[in-house]
Structure formats: structure tokens, C-alpha cells
Design a binder for this molecule. Structure first.
Ligand SMILES: Cc1cc2nc3c(=O)[nH]c(=O)nc-3n(C[C@H](O)[C@H](O)[C@H](O)COP(=O)(O)OP(=O)(O)OC[C@H]3O[C@@H](n4cnc5c(N)ncnc54)[C@H](O)[C@@H]3O)c2cc1C
Length: 400
């Protein structure tokens, strides 16, 4: 698409968002019940799908799909600029599930699952376990082949939105004998199947956006195997890679467009003349700009095919740190009063202006999708070619 057409697209998306983003979504989501949270997200998801802006990253031939990376970037930038709610309930469905099916699924699986997803089916990701997070390959949930189905037993944890989910992207072990990665198998599991139970995990913010999932002899038909049995590690890598780039552009841009909220908080507190706050605001503005530039640069590398392993880690690491400084400044500026947060916000994964919640939530990004330490390992070992440290320590005694 030519530059002029890109600008036409930008104008179209901007006008549509101006007409459709509800101005009071923060109020509606603050202290909301699970039902009203789901209803709000469903409504916004349906509007975005109908407008063709929820799936610009899908291939041609699918509703809303076939957009170039440059076009997708414009849509994400405009969504951030318009301060639209994040589609947190549909994130796994739109990215992890869909992109995995496009890359590794069969035509039959795409036909079976993607139409339902576009109509609002919710997906969750069941990878992490109590003793397998950073070291994902050590996971123990079992999948045993019995005739035309697999039988699943085990436990997952930290699964975002699992309590609302219709389906789960499950990584389970079919073989214990070889190297840990080789025995993993990737399955699509029906969360309403017999033997699945979900226990939400309460968070410090008052929300429970993720949950534990327990599997007790749950049957998964063999047709819901993605890739080969034992080939689940490669499929899981495709899932994890599916959200790179554009998500970082959106997140950094959201931070940029939320900067006036801090300035407003400082004004409201009557401390516009506070030299220390003004200096720190200046520093945060510069860092947010740098985070946006890093995310843009990364996307340019993807567009030109020059991306290297570790590039995404640099952006994520810098974004996570900047978000902590950003929200910490908001919290400081809001003073004592800001720390009495009246009511949490369900699914509050972006700047909400409720600085206590935002500050606490900012730590999510230092863990989810690979912790800061793991990002540093990737940068040092795979980008800079530094030697791998031998693992001389153990995190937790695993007695299973
Ligand atoms: C908001 C949020 C949403 C999430 N959503 C999902 C989801 O939907 N589905 C899902 O499957 N999982 C999800 N997770 C889980 C996430 O992937 C894991 O929490 C993450 O991979 C870290 O694993 P862990 O919690 O087991 O910590 P551990 O791996 O036990 O790590 C503990 C600490 O040790 C450090 N550490 C570990 N290994 C190394 C190493 N080799 N070198 C240096 N330091 C190391 C870590 O950095 C960390 O500080 C989510 C997590 C969060 C916070």
C-alpha cells in the first residue's frame, strides 16, 4: 500500500474509532461483575470484528485479514491513540489460537475453530505449571493416547482468563523418555469437557484475571492434535511468537497517549510547581518516547526481514521497566488519596488512571511472556553471543 493509501487508512480508522469508542469504559469496568466485564468485552470485540480492525494480522481470505505489517501498525497506533479498551478477554483467541492454527493447524481445524472464535468464543493458554514456567519444557501434565482420543491428567496455572474460556491451547507430555522438549504434544481442549475444573487466582489488585486449571481424565479427540504427537514444542514456539511486534507497538503507544493523565494528576494534586515531580515527568516522557522508538524500530526490522533473535526481548524489557516508572510516578503524583483505590478494575491491563492498580499491574509485564531475567538471558546469549551460565541453583524442590 502506498504512503497516501496508508494515510487514507489512518483517517478511516481514526474516524471509526472516534464514533465508536465509549468514553466511559473505565467507569463501566471499575468494580464490574464478571458478567458485565464479559458483556463489555464481547460488545467491543463484536464491533472491532465487524469493522475489520480486530484481525488485520490474519491472512487474506479471512474476515479483516490480509493487511500488510505497515497497515496493521496504523490500526494498532490508532486504537492506542483513541484510548480504546484492550481486548484482554480475546487476546489469546485473536493471537495465540488463531496464529497457531494458521501456522501449524490443518484446514479442518481452521474451519472448525476460527468461525466460532470470530463470533466470540474465548480461549486460554495452558502452558505454565506450578513447577514449569521459565523452564517450560519440564512440564508434567500427561496426555495419554487411548484409541481415538488422548486422556489428560495434571494441572496448569497462571492461565489468563481461563475461568471464562471455552477452549484451551494445551501443552502436555506424551513421552517422558527422551529430552524434555521432545515428549511434548500440543492439543486443543474443550474447557467445558468433563473433568476440567478451574480455580481463579486472586490478585493483589482485587481482580482474578488468571486461574489454575485441573484436568482429571479429560478426553481430547485425536483430531484436536496440532502438529505431530511429540512435536508440541515447535508449535508452542509459534504460539509464543505470534504476539511479538504489534503488541509492543500498541502497548508503548498506549503509554505515550496516557502521559497527559500523569500531567493531569499532578495538576489535580496542586503540585504543578513541584520541581522533583516536573523533573521525573520529563524523564518518564523521554523514556516513553524511547520505548515507542524501540518498538517502531523492531517492527521496521520485521517488515524488512532483518529481525534477530533477542530484538523483541530488548523492547519488552525496556517497556516493562518504563511502565513501572510511569505508573510509579502516577502513584506518587496522586499522593495519599490516590492510594485509596475505591474499587478495582476487572481486566485492567492498561493505564486506567487508578494509579494504585496500574502500579501493581505493571509488574505483570516483568513476568508474563518470559520474565525480565529470561529476556536478559536471551539478549546476552543469543544476540550478544555470551556463554551460557551453567545452572547451579534450583528454584523449588519438585517432589512429584
Ligand atoms: C499476568 C500474567 C499472565 C500470564 N498468563 C499466562 C497464560 O495465559 N498461560 C500460561 O501458560 N502462563 C501464563 N503466565 C505465566 C508466565 O508465563 C510465567 O509466570 C513465567 O513464564 C515465569 O514462570 P514462573 O512464574 O513459574 O516463575 P519461575 O520460572 O519459577 O521463575 C522465578 C524467578 O526465577 C527467575 N529465573 C527462572 N529461570 C531463570 C534463569 N534460567 N536465569 C535467571 N533467572 C531465572 C525468573 O526470572 C523469576 O524471577 C502468566 C503470568 C503472568 C504474570
Amino acid at each position: 500500500m502506498s504512503t497516501t493509501n496508508l494515510e487514507v487508512l489512518r483517517a478511516e480508522v481514526r474516524a471509526w474509532l472516534a464514533a465508536n469508542v465509549s468514553k466511559d469504559w473505565r467507569t463501566a469496568m471499575t468494580g464490574s461483575s464478571q458478567e458485565s466485564f464479559v458483556a463489555l468485552q464481547r460488545d467491543w470485540f463484536a464491533k472491532m470484528v465487524a469493522a475489520g480492525y480486530a484481525t488485520p494480522h490474519w491472512p487474506e481470505g479471512w474476515p479483516g485479514g490480509g493487511r500488510s505489517l505497515a497497515e496493521q501498525k496504523i490500526i494498532f497506533e490508532e486504537v492506542a491513540r483513541a484510548d480504546a479498551p484492550r481486548l484482554i478477554l480475546y487476546f489469546v483467541a485473536l493471537y495465540h489460537a488463531a496464529c497457531t492454527l494458521f501456522e501449524c493447524g490443518t484446514d479442518a481445524q481452521r474451519e472448525k475453530y476460527l468461525p466460532g472464535l470470530l463470533k466470540g468464543e474465548i480461549w486460554c493458554q495452558g502452558f505454565s505449571e506450578p513447577n514449569a514456567g521459565s523452564d517450560l519444557a519440564s512440564l508434567k501434565t500427561r496426555a495419554e493416547r487411548k484409541g481415538d482420543h488422548y486422556v489428560i491428567n495434571g494441572q496448569k496455572t497462571w492461565s489468563t482468563m481461563a475461568q471464562y474460556a471455552d477452549r484451551c491451547l494445551l501443552l502436555a507430555r506424551t513421552d517422558k523418555s527422551g529430552p524434555p522438549q521432545a515428549g511434548l504434544t500440543y492439543l486443543l481442549l474443550d474447557m467445558k469437557a468433563e473433568g476440567v475444573s478451574v480455580r481463579p487466582i486472586s490478585q493483589i489488585t482485587g481482580d482474578d484475571e488468571f486461574a489454575e486449571i485441573f484436568f482429571d481424565d479429560v478426553k481430547v479427540p485425536v483430531e484436536d492434535l496440532v502438529g505431530e504427537e511429540g512435536g508440541g514444542w515447535a508449535v508452542a514456539q509459534a504460539t509464543l511468537a505470534s504476539e511479538r511486534g504489534l503488541t509492543l507497538v500498541e502497548l508503548t503507544q498506549r503509554m505515550r497517549y496516557s502521559l497527559p493523565m500523569i500531567a493531569q494528576t499532578i495538576k489535580d494534586s496542586g503540585r504543578s510547581g513541584d520541581a522533583a515531580l516536573r523533573r521525573d515527568l520529563g524523564q518518564v516522557v523521554a523514556k516513553v518516547d524511547a520505548a515507542c522508538a524501540l518498538a517502531d524500530q523492531y517492527l521496521e526490522k520485521r517488515i524488512s526481514g532483518t529481525e534477530q533473535v533477542g530484538d523483541a526481548s530488548i523492547v519488552k524489557l525496556y517497556f516493562a521497566r518504563t511502565l513501572r516508572e510511569f505508573t510509579s510516578l502516577g502513584l506518587r503524583a496522586s499522593g495519599l488519596q490516590g492510594q485509596y483505590h475505591a474499587g478495582f478494575m476487572r481486566g485492567a491491563t492498561q493505564e486506567t488512571g487508578n494509579w494504585t492498580v496500574d502500579f501493581m499491574n505493571s509488574y505483570n509485564w516483568s513476568i508474563a511472556g518470559g520474565s525480565d531475567e529470561i529476556q536478559r538471558n536471551i539478549i546476552s546469549e543469543r544476540l550478544l553471543g555470551m556463554p551460557r551460565e551453567p545452572k547451579t541453583w534450583k528454584l523449588a524442590e519438585d517432589k512429584s
